[in-house]
Design a protein around this ligand. Structure first.
Ligand code: BGC
Length: 743
């Protein structure tokens, strides 16, 4: 019988039969007595241990897998109790353990459209990274936490921090840039904000899932030291900063083993070295075995129970999997629920604070827009002096683009480029949010004539631009989970469009909506460039505030913009060999069995992002850490105080004539014996300064950020020798430098 044909009564009996439990009334109590683990003064571990002791094997197994997802696994009848998110873990009502309702929530809560709900779309994660602002990241997590709870969820599946090793990765927008310290600290803040709302936080995709092409088959070959100092360091820092309660292992293989059955990653590193107390869940369809995965440290299979259901149960009964191993998986899940407060303070559905969400989304976008070029102070525009503006570009009259895949947030009213009411989101469809650049520019320049051209015919757009005081061209590059970009060039002849408009009007401003860097063959012809990323629910208002100077830009690039793809470590993204797929809907069976591996070798090692361009002496278009402001800053008085946590202090002065915020960055070079790239980011501080004001900035440096990973000793090692400490406004503008000896 199809699930939707089940009557409510039938569902009740099905659930009761399957779990062998009475559903009501014993949610938190039995026989009127509170369960002893409801005592919140006990530690999460004590509480979890008490529950585990009471559980039957069936109940334990029921916590170790989801209830299925069409197209990826069989479905359980219990799935009818899902809140409509990607994952649903039935609780144990008999023992007062509620379900875990999981939703994707990379830049906002997913699937609100099909569930008849509303979610705020924040600027993409990579945009939040461009703010370099730990408070903004905290607010980002808190907003997602609040909206998850309001929609009935108690676990988030956001928290992506795969480093941008390959900027053509279609999920670059979901991640936090190319530097492990920046990404790790930011994700830590997002998790703290989220978990403070009593939602289980999750960091993903662990690990080295740095390309989408062939993600279920690819074997990533990477040297251990390089991995520890780059991609894995981002996770290490994120977990150290936040106690995130869950980690999602990724689809790919790493050095031979699937990430979700990789003992080195899951047990040796995550659970032992890093002392991670939470639970590991597989990416959707990323589990490939019962015994091996369980022994390696996977705690929970999603979305179904191909391996962690009957198969795992039988393995326990036959002694192939020790009962204690299953107890540990269960303990970790329960412990995480107690620790994050989802048992003591379950979510209560309510109306999402739409207006509050708009404010947060706009504020974060205003801190995330990077001013890349501003010749002759083209920006900000003075609304009182401008008579005519040409707004040009695909859909710039109605909306701004968003990132796709499981991160996709549904826009209110549907896709802005579809007729009203027809805008349901479909997988990998380009979704435009109803935040109109044209309208917000018109709203700001009320005395000016503001005209629009879509740019479909570049000659017509250029003709409009020719007669305007300023031309503002909105261009985009869309990306999504499940695909990689063929190149970093703007698609759909947008390079030609910009070049033609710029040739017609010397005051051309380009606003880029992208999740990855783009190449800019026209950069010398235009007067200003803004990187607005995927700008979220209130992107257009934020962009207009920057264009007209109500907001002074302060963001810095969290990823390098190369001059061309030819400068990347790999000429192309390695594609999987063609695998013939079954014509039926059971493709997941072949994925679960394990697709034949193809190889990707990260021989650039630790040289991710700016470390690659620095080490290889390649000039870039815009460097990591770069971003202009409407004011200027100077740096002076560098002092380095060695010690366990070396302290770097210096003065930053606002030398211009308006207030601003400067991201002051600190880099270090290691002794020659370390054989590391020329420099690495070791800290930063975002300083607010009025015109003419100076402040002393002090950055304390975690010795790990100055260390190398010594594989023989299996530990971090600070090599004795000369360390260079540099401070300034970008990875390529570091006016202050001092060398000190560290022991
Ligand atoms: C994605 C995850 C996501 C999961 C559930 C997978 O395809 O890789 O990031 O959380 O689906 O939707």
């Amino acid at each position: 019988m199809p699930l939707h044909g089940l009557s409510l009564l039938n569902r009740f009996f099905t659930l009761t039969m399957i779990l062998g439990i009475a559903l009501l009334p014993s949610l938190a109590q039995s026989g009127g007595e509170a369960h002893p683990w409801t005592n919140s003064s006990l530690s999460p571990d004590e509480r979890a241990s008490m529950v585990v002791k009471e559980m039957t094997l069936d109940e334990k197994i029921s916590l170790l897998h989801g209830t299925g997802m069409a197209g990826l696994s069989p479905m359980s009848p219990l799935a009818v109790h899902s809140n409509g998110g990607a994952g649903f873990l039935v609780g144990i009502p008999r023992l007062g353990i509620p379900p875990i309702q999981m939703s994707d929530a990379a830049y906002g809560v997913r699937s609100s459209g099909e569930n008849g709900r509303y979610s705020t779309a924040l600027p993409a994660d990579v945009a939040a990274a461009a703010s370099w602002d730990l408070d903004a990241a905290h607010e980002y997590g808190a907003l997602i936490g609040r909206e998850l709870r309001a929609q009935g969820y108690n676990m988030s599946l956001g928290g992506g921090i795969n480093l941008t090793r390959e900027p053509r990765d279609g999920r670059t927008f979901e991640y936090l840039g190319e530097d492990p310290v920046l990404a790790g600290k930011l994700v830590g803040s997002v998790m703290k904000g989220l978990q403070a709302e009593h939602v289980v936080g999750d960091i993903k995709h662990y690990a080295l899932n740095d390309q989408e092409s062939g993600r279920n088959a690819v074997n990533v070959n990477v040297d251990k030291r390089a991995a520890r100092e780059s991609d894995l360091l981002a996770f290490e820092i994120g977990l150290q900063e936040s106690d995130a309660a869950a980690v999602m292992c990724s689809y790919n293989r790493v050095n031979g083993d699937y990430a979700c059955e990789n003992k080195y990653l899951l047990t040796d590193l995550l659970k032992k070295d890093w002392n991670f107390k939470g639970f590991v869940l597989s990416d959707w369809g990323g589990t490939h075995s019962a015994e091996k995965a369980s022994a390696a440290g996977l705690d929970h299979e999603e979305p179904g129970w191909i391996f962690f259901g009957d198969e795992l149960k039988k393995a326990v009964e036959s002694g192939k999997v020790p009962a204690a191993e299953v107890d540990e998986h269960v303990h970790r899940i329960l412990r995480s629920m107690f620790a994050t407060g989802v048992i003591d303070d379950p979510p209560r559905k309510s109306v999402v604070d739409v207006v509050g969400g708009f404010e947060v989304a706009q504020k974060i976008e205003e801190q995330s827009i990077v001013l890349l070029k501003n010749d002759h102070a083209q920006l900000p525009l003075d609304a009182s002096k401008i008579h005519s503006i040409a707004v040009i570009g695909p859909h710039a009259d109605v909306g701004m683009i968003s990132g796709g895949g499981s991160a996709q947030v549904d826009p209110p009213g549907g896709n802005a480029i579809m007729p009203p009411g027809k805008g349901q989101s479909h997988w990998q469809e380009k979704i435009w949010f109803p935040t109109s650049p044209l309208k917000s520019i018109r709203g700001r320049a009320r005395a000016a004539t503001v005209q629009f051209d879509s740019g479909a015919d570049p000659a017509a757009a250029a003709a409009l631009a020719k007669n305007a005081d300023v031309a503002i061209v909105f261009v985009y590059q869309w990306e999504s989970e499940g695909m990689d970009l063929d190149s970093l060039s703007l698609p759909e002849h947008q390079d030609e469009l910009i070049a033609k408009v710029a040739a017609a009007n010397p005051h051309t401003v380009v606003v880029i909506e992208s999740g990855s860097p783009v190449t800019m063959p026209w950069v010398d012809q235009v007067s200003a460039v803004l990187e607005a990323w995927y700008a979220g629910s209130r992107g257009a208002e934020a962009v207009a505030n920057v264009i007209f100077g109500d907001v002074n830009p302060s963001a810095k690039l969290p990823i390098t913009f190369p001059k061309s793809e030819a400068d990347l470590p790999h000429p192309t993204v390695v594609k999987p060999p063609k695998v013939t797929t079954d014509a039926d809907h059971q493709g997941w069976k072949r994925i679960a069995a394990g697709l034949p591996a193809f190889q990707v070798t990260y021989d650039e090692g630790v040289k991710v992002g700016y470390k690659w361009y620095d080490a290889e002496n390649k000039a870039v278009l815009f460097p990591f850490g770069y971003g202009l402001s409407y004011t200027t800053y100077s740096y002076s008085n560098l002092k380095v105080t060695p010690g366990k946590n070396p302290r770097v202090s210096f003065t930053v002065t606002n030398t211009g004539n308006q207030a601003g915020a400067e991201v002051a960055e600190v880099y270090a070079s290691l002794p020659a014996a370390a054989a590391e790239p020329p420099k690495r980011l070791v800290g930063w501080s975002k300083v607010k300064l009025n015109a003419g004001e100076s402040k002393e900035v002090a950055v304390e440096i975690d010795p790990k950020y100055l260390s190398i990973f010594n594989v023989e000793r299996n530990g971090w090692q600070l090599l004795p020798g000369e360390y260079g400490f540099m401070a300034g406004g970008s990875s390529q503008n570091l006016p202050l430098k001092e060398t000190v000896s560290l022991k």
